[in-house]
Design a protein around this ligand. Sequence first.
Ligand code: ZN
Ligand code: ZN
Length: 367
Amino acid sequence: MPNAWCDAGLSGRFWPLHLKPYNNELLSSWLVRLSRAYGMEASRFGASIGRYSAFWNRDVDKGLDDTLLQSLMDRTATPPARVLETTFSGYRGFPIPELYSNGLSAWILSIGLRDGRRHRPWLQYCPYCLQEDVDPYFRCYWRLVFVTVCAPHHCRLLDRCVACAAPCNIHQVPRDADAITCCYRCQFDARRSWAPALDHTAGRHRVMQFQTLLVEALRQGWYPLSQAESVSTEEYLYVLQQLGRLLITRSRAQELRRGFCGYLGEPYFEPSFPASRGRALEVLSVADRFTLLLLLGWWLDDWPDQFVAMCAMARLTRTDLSSHFSFPPDWYEEAVGQVARGRFAGMKFASYGAVRSVDSGVMHQSL
Ligand SMILES: [Zn+2]
Ligand SMILES: [Zn+2]
């Protein structure tokens, strides 16, 4: 399709081709599919609808560009709610202040912009989902930090090209490439990749269950803390962030990971940060986040008993649990209070893979 015709077509009230987003599709994916439908590079298409150059230097998936969203609603005749659902603003439970952060936004994989290019693994994928798509597209939840597996295909997600390790910069895929799934750098089609299958263990099952609960909590605004109690998703995510930091960046992180991994019978892992500065969950690889979620999902299971018992075993103090935590929710403070009062005191990591307990009726370890 000639580009002059495209540009003229894009200036009309309705675009001549108005593809709708697929179910759970990410805004970036939808925009790239639209640009391909018009035979345009995504950079040129973005510049023409965003009215500014370097369109892809911003993280459009946050959903903060009202003009862009309005334009998509109008030009593609797509209902507002459906357009918003392609962004993180469309999640009722997403901590909105995070979207406006100047640096990393918690829970969204970092694009890692450097020299005008995205160089971090900001977009994950399941090759089998892409294979099954008639017209392949990338899901919105594949950009979430706590999403690391595909439940229907029982596999771990991938976050880079398996042939050349490039991030999935779908906006840089040449317009004449066979599909949006081709690597922008080496052209390898992500649909030909193989993703690691998950073992059928209680731990893997828990990771999937935990992920499902968290994604649902983002949609609903509430997380089921226990059978009797739900709390706001925003509160829950701040607690999860606090505990995640304890496991990867705080002074006792290495000791904690060693203890927890040993207790669960998992191999010890050392998170691999791309740089010594900016050590955050949002820059970790899918492999590291998967193991981290395995530990966090287990630590927070059966709230608050498992949490309190594990804190006692790891000899975590109120200071460890509450430092750098500005506004901890009451239900977390209550559990930390139980740790401080010495509930389960006497439990300790006996050795890797085994536990010695003075209150053996309390623990329910199933791995
Ligand atoms: Zn899948
Ligand atoms: Zn590649």
